[in-house]
Design a protein. Structure first.
Length: 269
C-alpha cells in the first residue's frame, strides 16, 4: 500500500456548496425567531457542522440560549423543545435548501483535478439523507458528485465532531488507514471530526462558515476587513488542530501534493 493520499472527504454546505452556509443559517434564524429567540449570526455559526438536533441543543445549552428561551417561553427548555425546533428546522429547510445547493466557484474544476490525481471523493454532512436527496442532484448537475455521501442518520445519529461518518466513508470506498485520508471543511466541527479519525485535516476560508459571509457580502467587503475575518478563521482552524489552511478550494490539489511529499519524506527516514 503506497504512502499517499487516496481519499478526500469534503464537508457539504460552506465547503463545496452554499457559499457561507446560508441555508442552515437562515433557516435556524427563522425557526428561532418564530419561537421568540433572536440569536446573531455568530451564535448560529458557532456549532455549525454538527448534526442539526445536536446543533439546536448546543445553542439552547449556552447561557444566552437558556436565557432567551426563559424570556420567550417563561420556563427552562426541555428535550421535547429540541425535538420541536428540529422538526420545524427540517420542514423549513426542505422548502428552500435546493436553491442553496450550487457548488462554490472552483469546486467542480478542483474535484476533476483530484480525480485525475487518482483520488476518491467523499462527503460527510450535518444534513440528513432526506435533505441530501434534494441537494445532491443540484450539485451533480453543476459538476460536483462525490463517490460517497454519509449523513448522521446513516451512523445512528453520530455526526460531527465524532469521526464515525468519516469512518463510514472510508469503509464504503475501501480506503485505509486514516493517514491516507484528507478531511476538508469550513467549521471547527469538521476539524475535530478529521482529527478524531486520525486523518489529515485542511480548513478552507473562501465561502466558509467561519468567515460567515454570503458571496455578495464577501465581494463587497473592503479587502482589509475580509482578510481580517479570514485571519480569525485561520486561527480557529489551527487552534482546533488543522494540519493546513487554504484560502480557496482551488488550492487543495497543491496542499495534497505537499502532504504526499511530507509522507514520502517521513517514510524514507
Amino acid at each position: 500500500m503506497s504512502d499517499t493520499i487516496a481519499l478526500v472527504v469534503f464537508d457539504w454546505a460552506g465547503t463545496t456548496t452554499d457559499y457561507g452556509s446560508q441555508a442552515p443559517v437562515q433557516v435556524f434564524d427563522q425557526v428561532f425567531r418564530a419561537h421568540g429567540l433572536r440569536f446573531d449570526r455568530a451564535d448560529i455559526n458557532a456549532p455549525m457542522g454538527m448534526e442539526k438536533r445536536a446543533h439546536i441543543r448546543a445553542m439552547l445549552s449556552t447561557e444566552k440560549g437558556s436565557r432567551l428561551w426563559r424570556q420567550a417561553q417563561g420556563r427552562d427548555w426541555a428535550e421535547g423543545d429540541v425535538d420541536g425546533l428540529y422538526d420545524a428546522f427540517e420542514a423549513t429547510l426542505r422548502q428552500v435548501v435546493a436553491s442553496f445547493s450550487h457548488p462554490i466557484p472552483g469546486v467542480a474544476e478542483t474535484v476533476a483535478e483530484l480525480r485525475r490525481m487518482g483520488l476518491r471523493i467523499g462527503s460527510t454532512t450535518g444534513y440528513t439523507s432526506e435533505i441530501m436527496a434534494l441537494v445532491a442532484p443540484v450539485a451533480a448537475r453543476e459538476g460536483y458528485a462525490p463517490d460517497c455521501i454519509i449523513t448522521p442518520d446513516q451512523t445512528e445519529g453520530l455526526g460531527r465532531p465524532t469521526p464515525f461518518m468519516l469512518y463510514a466513508c472510508m469503509q464504503r470506498l475501501r480506503v485505509w488507514p486514516a493517514t491516507r485520508v484528507v478531511k476538508v471543511g469550513d467549521t471547527v466541527s469538521d476539524i475535530r471530526e478529521g482529527k478524531g479519525a486520525g486523518a489529515w485535516v485542511i480548513g478552507v476560508l473562501t465561502g466558509s462558515n467561519l468567515v460567515g459571509l454570503a458571496q455578495a457580502e464577501a465581494e463587497a467587503l473592503p479587502p482589509e476587513r475580509l482578510e481580517a475575518l479570514k485571519a480569525e478563521a485561520r486561527a480557529a482552524y489551527l487552534a482546533a488542530g488543522a494540519d493546513a489552511v487554504i484560502d480557496s478550494i482551488r488550492d487543495l490539489p497543491a496542499a495534497i501534493r505537499a502532504i504526499d511529499a511530507r509522507m514520502a519524506t517521513s517514510s524514507a527516514r
